[in-house]
Design a protein around this ligand. Structure first.
Ligand SMILES: *Cc1c(COP(=O)(O)O)cnc(C)c1O
Length: 497
């Protein structure tokens, strides 16, 4: 199987090249030339398999240039009981009659990013061995909070790699910040930027395609890659868990094989929900894809009107990992919906870069609305969703998951569609204690994040993840903070180190 670039359909690379390189030279994203098909028989065969077996069955269809031994090594190194506190890697929790929360946060950093970022370092080093054997891979990451830590955890001390993470100084939770600034590993570095996630992301994207820096890298025997969801190696592991969850629901007798389910995803960069859409295109019986946003509702507006307009106020919310106005992976969706017309993509994303705005054609808007439903929820709605999910079902969800729960409820109310639904649960509530606690108690909330965690444990009876509690005794290693303009210097400094 080959991969094309969304901005140059004539560009054709292998999976290994796509993953090692991260982003295409002209700034486009790599997409599979054709999507592999999962037949009813394929799905039937997966019923009863372990998560790792399901992962291999899906990944082998995309990574056709990986040998069986390579894929076994990558998958089994990523998903195991040393890294995940669930034998099934992800868990399903039923709430109410027709909703299933797909818990994707049982990995080392307690957010769904681990599902892809535990695997990515293995995919990337295997890919680099095939395509650029003598190079050191320099991974730059822009994070809205969870990607940074998950990437650090995945890449720390991985030979032939180096990593620099940029996070928005005032845009992450206390626990998220501590997770990153205490990270160990000789090959990793972390830096705050004075700006928001979009600033970090555009800064990193610009550095990636800067010819001067690229020449400098080549001189040092280094090459850039990306651990953000612009990298195909981030998306493909996410397709796996939708297939795994669906077949698990069949195993548990909750659905019949072939029965349609909807999927709701709390969305920021559009990576997670795009993976569900790809799973649908492959043949997984998915009905509506419900895209849940917080107050930064650029995607809700886009799905409803066909106009994407980032010229609006940016809000800092209680679901910081979704505080994003430029959702990178939308480019992959639109490439698919417009019949793989790279010139249209260049035009729309050129307009986005220049004017911050573009409108898709009527036919693309209609296709978009046939597949997706968009809704949003502010901080108050988030808090009330946490409150009533806890009160009614005894289930404690984090702020991001709560956005999805609220939007799913709005969807059912507005459309009357009671199809069973998988709701992506993307983080442990312990990552966002300061926002979760006020939703379930009137007691005064302590300011120390570890006292908050103790309080949450007392009120919920849910055990806090050990990896978060350990942060209390870890020394802070990274305290730098730079402006957007200084990001280049920071990268150059790291390359020399
Ligand atoms: C990253 C993240 C999201 C958004 O996922 P995208 O793939 O960027 O749309 C949602 N919730 C949490 C907890 C996250 O870390």
């Amino acid at each position: 199987m080959n991969y094309n670039s969304t901005r140059d359909s004539s560009c054709k690379v292998t999976a290994a090249q796509a993953i090692a390189q991260g982003i295409s030279h002209e700034g486009g994203l790599f997409v599979p030339e054709t999507l592999p098909v999962l037949t009813r028989e394929d799905l039937q065969a997966m019923v009863g398999m372990s998560y790792n077996e399901k992962a291999k069955a899906v990944l082998s269809r995309f990574l056709t240039d990986f040998t069986k031994e390579e894929l076994d090594y990558c998958v089994d190194s990523a998903y195991n009981d040393r890294k995940f506190d669930s034998a099934n890697i992800s868990e399903l929790a039923k709430v109410g009659d027709s909703a299933y929360l797909l818990e994707l946060w049982h990995g080392p950093t307690c957010a769904f990013k681990d599902m892809a970022l535990q695997l990515l370092p293995y995919l990337m080093t295997t890919s680099a061995r095939k395509t650029a054997p003598d190079k050191e891979i320099v991974v730059l990451v822009a994070t809205s909070g969870d990607t940074g830590k998950a990437a650090l955890e995945g890449f720390a001390d991985v030979p032939h790699t180096r990593m620099l993470v940029f996070y928005p100084e005032n845009g992450v939770s206390e626990m998220q910040k501590l997770q990153m600034t205490t990270q160990t590993g000789g090959n990793v570095s972390v830096c705050a930027i004075k700006g928001n996630f979009d600033d970090a992301q555009s800064g990193v994207k610009k550095i990636f395609t800067d010819p001067v820096i690229e020449a400098e890298l080549a001189k040092n025997g280094q090459m850039f890659s990306s651990a953000n969801s612009i990298n195909w190696g981030r998306l493909v592991p996410q397709i796996v868990y939708y297939v795994a969850a669906y077949t698990s629901l069949v195993e548990q007798g909750e659905i019949e094989l072939g029965e349609t389910v909807n999927v709701t995803v709390p969305t920021g960069n559009f990576g997670n929900i795009l993976a569900a859409y790809y799973a649908k295109l492959m043949g997984l019986p998915i009905g509506k894809l419900i895209c849940a946003s917080n107050k930064n509702k650029v995607l809700t507006d886009f799905i409803r009107t066909g106009t994407y307009d980032r010229n609006r106020d940016f809000y800092t919310t209680t679901s910081p990992s979704m505080d994003i106005l430029i959702s990178s992976n939308l480019e992959r969706l639109l490439y698919q919906l417009c019949g793989k017309d790279d010139s249209v993509i260049r035009q729309w994303f050129g307009a986005l870069a220049e004017k911050g705005c573009y409108s898709v054609s009527d036919s693309v808007r209609e296709k978009l609305q046939a597949e997706f439903w968009g809704g949003f929820c502010d901080d108050e709605g988030t808090s009330s969703a946490i409150h009533h999910t806890f009160g009614e079902y005894g289930y404690l969800c984090d702020t991001h998951t709560a956005v999805a729960v609220k939007v799913y409820e709005d969807y059912v109310r507005e459309t009357g569609d009671k199809t069973k639904c998988i709701i992506a649960s993307t983080a442990s509530p312990y990552k966002f204690c300061a926002s979760v606690l006020p939703a379930i108690t009137d007691e005064e909330i302590p300011s120390d994040p570890f006292e908050q965690a103790a309080m949450l444990e007392r009120l919920s009876g849910m055990t806090p993840p050990a990896s978060l509690m350990e942060l209390k005794s870890k020394p802070v290693r990274f305290t730098d903070s730079v402006s957007r303009e200084q990001m280049v210097d920071k990268v150059t400094e790291m390359l020399k180190a």
